[in-house]
Design a binder for this molecule. Sequence first.
Ligand SMILES: *Cc1c(COP(=O)(O)O)cnc(C)c1O
Length: 430
Amino acid sequence: MPDDCPRPLDFETRQIHAGAVVDAETRARVTPIYQTAGYVFDDFDDGEDRFAGRSRYRAYSRNDNPTNAVAGRRIADLEGGVDGIVVSSGQAAIAAAINALAEAGDHILATRSLYEGTREMFRGILKRQGIAFEYVDDDATDEEWAARFRPNTKAVYTETLPNPLNQVVDIERLAGIAHAAGVPLVVDNTVPTPYLWRPIEDGADIVVHSTSKWLSGHASVIGGAVVDAGRFDWAAHADRFPQLTEPPRPGVASFVERFGAGAYLAYLRSVIVLEYGPTVPALSTFLLLHGIETLSVRMDRHVANAQAVAEWLAERPEVARVYYPGLPTDPHHTLAQKYLPLGPGSIVSIDLAGGQEAARRFLDALQLISPMTHIGDVRTLAIHLGSTIHAKLTEEERLDAGITPGLVRLSIGIESPRDIIEDLRQALEA
Ligand SMILES: *Cc1c(COP(=O)(O)O)cnc(C)c1O
């Protein structure tokens, strides 16, 4: 992207050009797949400079690869952050983002409605690492939130548009609550993508993604990303974040002193990702970049199809309830209008009146739509939640999370809406 553009470029242009560098040697237009582990040192001193981070050249692909760097910069640009990094999966992105903020003995507050894989990590491996997660109800007041913070609370964690039930989160309000308590707001923005919603504009400090979903769109890669808004004042809360504000070794300046607004992401890249090594292959990132180039075009089509399908499903006698905030009857319709003017994503969940047996007949009758776990594909996908993603929970925990026996999640693709609806019709009638 030319640095001397006369005006800021639009989203549709940046999704194609942001972060790209034309290869100096070959002048290749498309970002090449730099499938290499390492990079040759010019001489002895250059090796020393590379390790000290004083060279513009790289040392090792575990945390720094040219193909991956383009994707990190592009996603950061689209989200409105100062820096970003791509990693091996959405789960890896969440684990890295949390590990850069909290350690054993720390505490994190989270909204209750989260992707079940995230909840599994919070009550599983991260809890065993000694990080305590505490959930706050969706309808908690500001006072109830404020009362839950502790001196060792390191972040508030949420999602913009949690699936399967699409309970749009009031990000501006949560950012205010987190900042009043002196901690950053971490937001998983996988479902709307930065085309439909940029939570940094509403006050979020750190944004995480599963790039396996709509950002790539073709369902041929697993990947994740972390973006830093660069606005949180770590130095003002130095007692909470010594990893960023204190010298890592005697004689070395702190991350905040060395990297300023980019301190969090510099720490995440040069410590967390370097030490744990959740590296995404450059080939996967090449495919991800091809997906991002068409993001806006696909998302417009995803939301138009989802709206048409949701409206059609709302009229069906077999369907007890449709969860889609694009419907005026949905309880989150007003928040969706505020935060998602281009459309509230393409997850449409339905509660079948006939319960689990009806879900079994419906899923087994689908012909065009694929029964599988995944979302954000150009293809339409369907899954029964109670018997798969939420199967490890007790019946009571499932109902508590709104996972009723007849609940089926649809990830609406970009096929012809007529063909999607026709397959739904014949499966509902089965
Ligand atoms: C899928 C998903 C993840 C996990 O991403 P993977 O790439 O599958 O590891 C995290 N958050 C949300 C909202 C997701 O949909």
